[in-house]
Write a protein that binds this ligand. Structure first.
Ligand SMILES: [Zn+2]
Length: 148
C-alpha cells in the first residue's frame, strides 16, 4: 500500500508505531523531525529519522539531510521517489553507534535495515558517516556517506 506521497496524513498515521523501532508513535518520534518541529539531537536520531523517511516516502526530508550538490535536485527527487515506491522497509536495527552525540561534530552509526523489493526480501547493512553542517557543534546533523 503506497502511503505518504500525498503530503497529507491523518491522525491515525501519527498514532502508528514509528518505523524506526523506538516503540513510540510516529507522530511523537520521527514525525516531529519530518514536520520540522524538532531537529535530530544526535547522529543516531538522524539515522532513525532518515530510515523512517524512506519508509514513509518523505523525500524532502531525505534531500535536506543529505547534501549532494553535484546531483540536480530534480534528479534526486525522481530517484528517491522511485526507490521509496519500489522498496518496503520492514525494520531497523542499530548495531553500533560511535560518537555523534551532543557537542560532537561527527559520528558513525552501523545498522541493519530489512526490506522487501518486488517479491524479494533482503537486508542492508551499512556504517553511515554523519557530520554536523559546517563542522559547527550546534549545526544540524547530516548524512554524509556510507563507510563500507
Ligand atoms: Zn522514529
Amino acid at each position: 500500500m503506497a502511503r505518504g506521497f500525498s503530503g497529507v496524513e491523518d491522525a491515525s498515521v501519527e498514532q502508528e508505531s514509528c518505523p524506526c523501532g523506538t516503540g513510540q508513535s510516529y507522530g511523537s518520534c520521527c514525525g516531529r523531525l519530518h514536520r520540522g518541529e524538532a531537529k535530530a539531537q544526535t547522529a543516531e536520531q538522524l539515522m532513525r529519522s532518515r530510515y523512517s523517511a524512506f519508509a514513509k516516502g518523505k523525500i524532502e526530508y531525505l534531500m535536506a539531510t543529505h547534501p549532494e550538490p553535484q546531483v540536480p535536485a530534480s534528479v534526486r527527487r525522481r530517484e528517491l521517489r522511485a526507490g521509496c515506491r519500489q522498496t518496503r522497509w520492514l525494520g531497523l536495527e542499530i548495531i553500533r553507534v560511535e560518537r555523534g552525540r551532543e557537542g560532537e561534530v561527527e559520528g558513525t552509526v552501523c545498522f541493519v535495515a530489512r526490506y522487501q523489493a518486488s517479491n524479494q526480501r533482503g537486508s542492508l547493512q551499512e556504517t553511515s558517516l554523519f557530520q554536523r553542517r559546517d563542522g559547527n557543534p550546534t549545526g544540524e546533523w547530516l548524512y554524509i556517506r556510507a563507510l563500507d
